[in-house]
Design a protein around this ligand. Sequence first.
Ligand SMILES: NC(=O)c1ccc[n+]([C@@H]2O[C@H](COP(=O)([O-])OP(=O)(O)OC[C@H]3O[C@@H](n4cnc5c(N)ncnc54)[C@H](O)[C@@H]3O)[C@@H](O)[C@H]2O)c1
Length: 358
Amino acid sequence: MRILVTGGCGFIGSAVVRRLIDQTTHEVLNVDALTYAASIKATEAAAQSGRYRLEVANITDAASMERIFSEFSPDAVMHLAAESHVDRSIDGPGTFVSTNIVGTYTLLEAARKWWARQDAERRKAFRFHHISTDEVFGALQPGDPPFTERTPYDPRSPYSASKASSDHLVRAWYHTYGLPTFVTNTTNNYGPWHFPEKLIPLVTINAIEGRELPVYGTGQNVRDWLFVEDHAEALVRAVECGQPGETYAIGARQPRTNMQVVETICTILDELHPDPAGPHARLIRHVTDRPGHDFRYEIDPTHAEQALGWHARHDFEHGIRRTVQWYLDNRDWWDSIRAARYGGERLGQAGEKMGTAA
Ligand SMILES: NC(=O)c1ccc[n+]([C@@H]2O[C@H](COP(=O)([O-])OP(=O)(O)OC[C@H]3O[C@@H](n4cnc5c(N)ncnc54)[C@H](O)[C@@H]3O)[C@@H](O)[C@H]2O)c1
């Protein structure tokens, strides 16, 4: 297949690109605007392949998107480009509306115009795979059953509202125009190349450096944590066999409270990177909660597991150990991001904003 991946220099997109190049024979065109969240280094190995190409372009640019569809003539689109950080959406929702809603609309229209010009066989085989989040479903309370594909939408943050809007557009283009789209909604990811302002990398980096570990509120918020390479495997399965009009809710069956996550990282670092000053857990600090902080997300992935023949391979303890080790081994990467983006300021000193997203 010729697969157009948007956002392929991001955290999840780069895992998808690496998997497509390493473990399939598909061709990949990565369309990415290279925002603050992009990391070219995460696709460096894939870039050695003749089956991979990067095109720097913004998905809100209709002329570029139309040209890219005509030139690359994809069999499938994997749409991951997005603004993805909840705290940033609270501070500045405009770019979330622009990229996540207008950008998805622009990409859908470019796809539809190109698709309408193809013969019947190609039109039938084409897939537009939209990658979304479980945050569109709102928040669960203790004892509520996990989200499924049938859970009604109830987004609470500018980020989740913009992703919900894009999901609705993608489904409308299927029902109205017949464009063969489908949606995957996934729980929180973690793993290598995760941008250092998100919860797991932030806590890991601060702990490595003996700095405070900020945790929102009591730290009892629950997330179902999916190792990013497991997610990439599910997404590649989905683009190869996903059915138009479908939704696949992808989860790891690994719910943990934020406190459990932070304490697990501390315990692993006590073993892999002992601090002479004492156990890393002494650095945990509770800070004022994020506004509208959803209490619990959790997915029942039964349908996706059956339909895609996939299940998450990593339990949380296995995946988090690999992740912590990766941050210990790749200090150059996260140090250079801090130097470039935060003027060398240490993460966690910039206050809650930098602190504790999950
Ligand atoms: N991170 C998670 O835990 C998670 C969970 C579920 C779903 N998702 C979804 O998966 C997708 C990828 O998430 P991520 O964590 O890898 O995001 P990310 O922020 O790490 O990467 C986003 C990528 O998109 C690119 N991009 C942003 N705006 C663009 C634009 N206007 N045009 C072209 N490229 C643009 C960025 O340069 C970056 O490379 C998103 O759609 C997100 O909503 C993420």
